[in-house]
Design a protein around this ligand. Structure first.
Ligand code: AQP
Length: 330
């Protein structure tokens, strides 16, 4: 049987190069090794307040970016999470077997909760919904950036607990981490990961940013008190710029060392900016073509939901049967 891969991105803002290098770009490369499902997880996005119009636009934008980046809709399913109600249903069933202590340990919850005035219960339950996304499709592999690894671990723990309480039901998912680019840091603050929701000016490069904006953001990136690259003593800002360059070009460590050692920071930034622009430009062109026809996007999303719904419903039915809650007789 071909293994199944599942991953998702929240429509919580404009996608950035961290989302691409840590997740989406990797999905494009591995999609044909698996039966692939890629989700736009809108129910996750609303765990933090989203302006409705912006959320609606972001869902469509991300669907367009998936296709423009090279997700092949003839092979891979692109699914908007809320269009398959079984995600929410399984999340509740799994909530009932998840100890609160497990959720209290989640570092992303602690970081996001600290940034909110009032913390919604949804933010706390977020990792259970993510476990439901994964387990609903009995996914074998979940490619994520480093920041999401703890959540995949939790999905395994929940699956294990469910299986031991109610009998073998869920497949154990494994993580697949991008080899380069698994954690791209903010350009304004290289000690914090690049994120869609960070508000700092110059924090991120958006996948749809025009070339002059990309140049401006990268030229302003925080480095350190040295003036030229030394790979053995570099600070996190220079390390991050080199990681971006390496992830976009696919250069080896030896190539990186030979080319950049001793280069002045201004020149390093120029080269990182040009490599980024060159990598994003073809995707941006395809994005413009794809989104010129809104009905095309709607068709892809409908086909994705239609294709995965039978699998999702059959998992929910099995889980309900195992738990002993009401299921109509066939
Ligand atoms: N900085 C990053 N470097 C590498 N990978 C990253 N990912 C996110 N940021 C980086 C990976 O992108 C995928 C989708 O992430 P998400 O949308 O589910 O949520 P997130 O991880 O919380 O991403 P953001 O961009 O930081 O969004 P907000 O600000 O809304 O929380 C995941 O595979 C993630 O690892």
């Amino acid at each position: 049987m071909i293994p199944r891969v599942l991953s998702g991105i929240q429509p919580s803002g404009n996608l950035h190069i961290g989302n691409y290098l840590g997740a989406l770009g990797n999905w494009v490369k591995i999609q044909h090794e698996y039966e692939s499902i890629f989700c736009i997880v809108d129910l996750h996005a609303i765990t933090v307040y989203q302006k409705p119009d912006e959320l609606r636009a972001s869902i469509r934008e991300i669907a367009g970016i998936f296709l423009a980046a090279g997700i092949d809709p003839k092979h891979s399913k692109i699914v908007v999470q809320s269009t398959v109600p079984a995600h929410s249903e399984l999340a509740w069933l799994l909530t009932c077997v998840t100890p609160m202590g497990w959720l209290e340990r989640m570092t992303q919850f602690k970081a996001k909760a600290a940034a909110q005035e009032s913390v919604g219960d949804g933010l706390f339950q977020y990792p259970v919904l993510m476990a439901a996304d994964i387990l609903l499709y009995q996914a074998n592999v979940v490619p994520v950036g480093e920041d999401q690894m703890q959540h995949v671990e939790l999905a395994r723990d929940i699956a294990q607990r469910f299986n031991s309480l109610y009998g073998e039901t869920f497949t154990m998912p494994a993580t697949r981490l991008a080899t380069v680019g698994a954690r791209i840091m903010g350009l304004d603050d290289p000690t914090a990961k690049m994120s869609k929701s960070a508000t700092g000016a110059g924090h991120r490069v958006g996948l749809l940013d025009p070339p002059d904006r990309i140049r401006k953001t990268i030229m302003k990136a925080t480095t350190d008190s040295n003036s030229a690259v030394d790979l053995d003593t570099m600070g996190p800002g220079v390390k991050n710029l080199l990681a971006i360059y390496q992830a976009f070009t696919g250069w080896t460590n030896d190539q990186m060392r030979a080319h950049f050692t001793g280069m002045r920071y201004g020149d390093l930034k120029k080269q990182v900016a040009e490599a980024t622009i060159a990598s994003l430009e073809p995707m941006q062109q395809r994005y413009r073509d794809i989104t010129a026809d809104p009905a095309y996007l709607d068709g892809i999303l409908q086909a994705g939901a239609d294709a995965v719904t039978p699998v999702a419903n059959s998992t929910v039915r099995l889980v309900k049967e195992r738990m002993g809650i009401y299921t109509p007789s066939r």
